[in-house]
Design a protein around this ligand. Structure first.
Ligand SMILES: O=C(O)[C@H](O)[C@H](O)COP(=O)(O)O
Length: 302
């Protein structure tokens, strides 16, 4: 079934969406902003949804920030958001390790990633090494002869790491090949990251060298995995039949919505371009609705 293309300015189309859905799940990068540049009208539409007493939840695969630090980004952009409305892939990974894996207290995680992952692991009481540790953030050649394996590392968790290097990949590889049963987790596997000035390699491109060296894929707890939705459901009650996921990437946001049994609205302000949803090269992941931008929803309140 082809998507319904919402026409810019078509008030009745957007009003119908507003009446149909009580819960609005929003992706962040590519929908509300690109890097630090807000998407036109996004803030005003979120304010409108709040005036209409809609439940708003933010679901982001960006693991560079913890929920608390994401709140600071929302505040800086003047967007009203409570910490318990924000679900990041670092949080989902930490919850998965503590509540699903039930990692024993004498075990720890080797982190390839940034402070967002460290803060969420700390919040969940999970021990970790690596991450922003200066010893790992070095351009010195990695010496395997001088490396001491920590036998208590039972998980290697990989997320977007803008300081990725050979030392981190080598240590992750050692743990995943030499510590028996060591679990390979990824916060998410987005191939690219929509910066305000264009595209950059994403979290999936950070874990790709390990995938290639190991010959196996990580378990990803970010979108489209249902782990993220399980985290949302643990905090917020909502009716899936009256819930819509607004995203910019087909193989994460839209697939996440479809697998979670909620409606999906693709916006074209981030990763996905129109040619991927229409014509001969269209993806087989088909959103229910397509709109140019989340800002177009503002017409519904006119
Ligand atoms: O590479 C990444 O981690 C992603 O591009 C990025 O963080 C996605 O964030 P989202 O669009 O889910 O807010």
């Amino acid at each position: 079934m082809p998507p319904t293309f919402l026409e810019k300015g078509a008030r009745d189309q957007y009003q119908a969406l507003l009446e149909k859905y009580d819960t609005w799940l929003f992706d962040c990068d590519g929908v509300l902003w690109n890097g630090d540049r807000p998407v036109d009208g996004a803030k005003e539409v979120l304010e409108m949804l709040r005036r209409k007493n809609k439940l708003i939840v933010f679901v982001t695969n960006n693991a560079t920030k913890s929920r608390k630090n994401y709140k600071k980004k929302f505040d800086k952009l003047g967007i009203d958001a409570a910490v318990d409305e924000i679900f990041g892939s670092a949080y989902a990974a930490a919850v998965y390790i503590s509540s699903v894996m039930k990692l024993p207290k004498d075990k720890k995680v080797y982190v390839i990633g940034m402070s967002g992952i460290e803060e969420e692991l700390r919040e969940e009481g999970i021990a970790f090494i690596g991450g922003t540790d200066p010893a790992d953030n070095t351009l010195e050649p990695f010496s395997l002869a001088d490396f001491t394996l920590d036998p208590s590392v039972a998980v290697v968790l990989c997320g977007l790491d803008t300081s990725i290097n050979y030392t981190k990949l080598s240590k992750g590889f050692q743990y995943l090949t030499r510590n028996e049963g060591c679990v390979f987790l990824a916060t998410n596997e987005d191939s690219t990251y929509p910066d305000s000035s264009g595209l950059l390699p994403g979290a999936g491109s950070v874990s790709a060298p390990l995938r290639f060296a190991l010959g196996r894929d990580p378990l990803s707890t970010g979108k489209p995995s249902k782990t993220m939705l399980d985290c949302v459901r643990a905090k917020h009650d909502f009716d899936p039949t009256r819930t819509i996921m607004v995203g910019d990437r087909l193989n994460t946001d839209i697939l996440f919505g479809q697998e979670g049994g909620v409606s999906t609205l693709l916006v074209l302000t981030g990763i996905t371009k129109l040619a991927e949803v229409t014509g001969p090269n269209a993806s087989d992941i088909v959103p229910e609705y397509v709109s140019e931008s989340v800002g177009d929803l503002a017409v519904a309140e006119g």
